[in-house]
Ligand binder design. Structure first.
Ligand code: ADP
Ligand code: MG
Length: 678
């Protein structure tokens, strides 16, 4: 069998089926995976001179063993191992290990030994932690994510074995001219240095290469998809400018400057022969829905069908109602499609879409079922795009006219600065809405500890007295907590009923059936319920302008993007609004998120902070914002590398002759291989 670094790790010497399984648990299947399993930190094992060491500092000392090691036992199972180490001709220090008597075997009089431990200045002794097997010149010891049954030294051994057996199989993925242009070391060198750097500089060079490669492959995928799209047939939407203007006139308020600009940008794309793929980003409450509605009407005018996909049935219903409120009188009608509708109604909608009778539909992911067929789909809108997977979005695209790619608009409430958006979302054109509609006031935001809940109740009472409504949201972080949370909602609901006997309290959670959910939302909208205790189901898109208070329980458990989304459910009119974050954050990140929420109401600033605080990988275990999360690089901290990758790909697509046929083939291979969840 031909040898490649995509071979399974059990082909390595010393890695049997049992060890293999343990590695699999860490997501490591191939030799390549193993080489990419980087240490999450390094211990500094540079040998230090005594004069430079501070009291209690963790250091490595090296010297000759000048007294025989002695073990003394005391108490039950307790022991002390001590010996003297001469770190130079004049200085002798005492080294003490507690409760590791078996180490005695490894210490011999006269031997040179390196020991890692905590320096005790007063006693001039080292409280030892472990013996370091120092190979000359290594200043850092890698520390890996391990798992039960698989320890550090086994991991290091396997990685070293991988390099011994497979170093010649490591394929260079980045085309040579780019390595030259940016002074990047080879992948082989980089991988080795990620594990076993000799010095700080090696680590930096290795990281630069690995991050560039990650960003480059990401950009290559995106920009190639864009190129392909621009070479396929779109649907030209010839709408009637005058008619559209008249429809806009019937809306009871003026469009904001940002809304007008976005409508223009989208309409220009719709008209063009290329398929549109545009992202509309704007803060919570900036009025994206209306922009989508107006442009959907343009599509209907031109004789095509149009569909909007939203993440929840509640949202589908809300959008449908508000569309019909605004535009029914102008002769436009929206139908709704959701999975849990009555069979008869559903058949009716499906039939209408297939025959072309229905022109405009708003639905949940029911829209991507096989049974849904359009006659002439010209334009698709995906609201709250981060709630859908890549696959779901792709499935929707396939509903388009055969041989033509439908125009697509994706909407997100996690806006990022324009220049970053351009590089990060390289396959999309981006429309950015700044600011909110006129007359909105700041949402007063406070962090309150559990202990002061009474104060929150007082503030709630104040607002209820004015006839306003309140959301009270509880977290759900893990699916396993699902039932617990349902109980939680019920308990809270009872507690609030007690606390506020003069108003009606309702509840909304995933355990209710769709009919019940709809009922509760309708009642809340109609102000028949004044307090709504809910899960994060209300996070996306819900619009009840009379609600002025958002209380979030255990707020430290939410990410910034999600907190901002939740807060955005209030402040949807000119009424003063409030957000109370009930939180007892224990981590630094949790505290920082609370501070940020109080400091800022600006979605741009908050998504930036979210990315910064989040760092590499997602703290809360899933991406709530829709901004891509990378494994090695960070789009903000490594923005310069991202820009370089973005530009390189652009250059390469224009001048493919810059790479050899072989390089192009390798690149293609790894583009297919490396999965990216964008
Ligand atoms: P989001 O961008 O978060 O989806 P919405 O589309 O839900 O925001 O809009 C928020 C609220 O602002 C809605 O109640 C909507 O009717 C209202 N709205 C939208 N555009 C304007 C405008 N130009 N002037 C005043 N209110 C507006
Ligand atoms: Mg919205």
């Amino acid at each position: 069998m031909e040898k490649t670094w995509l071979d399974s790790i059990d082909r390595l010497k010393g890695v049997g089926p049992k060890t293999s399984l343990l590695f699999n648990q860490l997501g490591i299947k191939t030799v390549k995976d193993l080489m990419f399993h980087f240490p999450f930190r390094f211990e500094d094992i540079q040998v230090r001179e005594l004069e430079t060491i501070l009291d209690q500092e963790k250091v490595v000392l090296m010297g000759q063993v000048v007294s025989p090691p002695v073990v003394t036992f005391f108490g039950r199972k307790k022991s002390r191992l001590s010996f003297k180490l001469a770190v130079d001709d004049f200085q002798v220090v005492e080294v003490t290990f507690f409760n590791q008597p078996y180490l005695k075997k490894q210490i011999e009089l006269g031997q040179v030994r390196a020991v890692y431990g905590k320096w005790q200045e007063v006693k001039q002794s080292l409280l030892a932690i472990k013996i370091i097997n120092q190979t000359a010149g290594d200043d850092y010891a890698p520390i890996y994510h391990a798992t039960k049954g698989l320890n550090q030294s086994q991991i290091i051994k396997a990685i070293k074995q991988a390099f011994t057996d497979y170093q010649n199989e490591i394929e260079e993925i980045i085309p040579g001219f780019l390595n030259d242009q940016f002074n990047l070391i080879s992948l082989k060198e980089a991988l080795w240095s990620m594990h076993f750097p000799k010095q700080e500089q090696d680590k930096i060079q290795a990281q630069r290469k690995i991050i560039f490669q990650e960003f480059f492959l990401y950009q290559w995928r995106l920009q190639r998809a864009k190129q392909k799209r621009l070479h396929s047939n779109g649907v030209e939407v010839h709408y009637q400018v005058e008619d559209l203007r008249q429809v806009i006139q019937t809306i009871p308020f003026d469009l904001t400057h940002s809304q007008k600009k976005a409508v223009n940008e989208i309409c220009r794309d719709l008209l063009s022969p290329f398929p549109m793929n545009r992202l509309l980003q704007g803060d919570v409450g900036s009025g994206k829905t209306l922009v989508a509605f107006i442009t959907m009407i343009a599509c209907v005018q031109a004789g095509f069908q149009t569909a909007m996909m939203v993440p929840t049935e509640i949202l589908a219903q809300q959008h449908c109602q508000s569309f019909n409120n605004y535009f029914e009188s102008s002769g436009y009608h929206a139908e709704m499609l959701a999975s849990e509708m009555k069979e008869k109604d559903k058949q009716n909608i499906l039939q209408g879409l297939e025959s072309g009778r229905i022109r405009l539909v708003i639905g949940t992911h029911a829209l991507i079922q096989e049974t849904v067929q359009f006659k002439s789909l010209g334009y698709l809108v995906i609201d709250e795009q981060h709630r859908f997977g890549v696959g779901q979005r792709q499935n929707l695209l396939e509903k388009g006219l055969s041989g033509h790619q439908a125009n697509v608009l994706q909407m997100t409430a996690t806006p990022i600065p324009r220049s970053l958006a351009q590089t990060l979302y390289a396959d999309l054109s981006v429309s950015t809405m700044e600011g909110l509609p006129h007359g909105r006031v700041e949402i007063e935001t406070q962090v309150v500890s559990d202990k002061h809940i009474d104060w929150v109740y007082e503030r709630m009472q104040n607002e209820l007295d004015k006839g306003h409504q309140i959301y009270y949201v509880l977290p759900l972080i893990q699916a396993s907590e699902f039932m617990e949370q349902v109980e939680n909602v019920q308990e809270t609901c009872d507690r609030l009923k007690n606390e506020f006997p003069q108003v009606k309290v309702g509840r909304l959670h995933g355990q209710l059936n769709k009919e019940e959910q709809k009922q509760v939302m309708t009642e809340f909208k109609a102000n028949q319920l004044q307090i709504l205790v809910a899960t994060t189901m209300v996070e996306v898109g819900v619009d009840v302008p009379n609600a002025t208070v958002m209380v979030i329980q255990s707020a430290e458990r939410f990410g910034l993007a999600q907190l901002h989304q939740l807060r955005g459910r209030v402040g949807r009119s000119s009424l003063p609004s409030y957000c109370f974050l009930i939180a007892n954050p224990t981590t630094d990140q949790g505290k920082e998120r609370m501070v940020k929420m109080v400091e800022s109401q600006d979605g741009f600033e908050l998504s930036r902070a979210d990315m910064e605080i989040r760092g590499m990988g997602d703290v809360l275990g899933r991406n709530q914002s829709g901004i891509p999360v990378f494994t090695y690089g960070h789009p903000l901290q490594d923005e310069a590398i991202m820009t370089a990758a973005y530009q390189s790909v652009g250059q390469l697509l224009e001048q493919p002759e810059l790479m050899t046929t072989e390089e192009a083939e390798t690149l293609e291979k790894y583009t297919q291989l490396i999965k990216l969840e964008i």
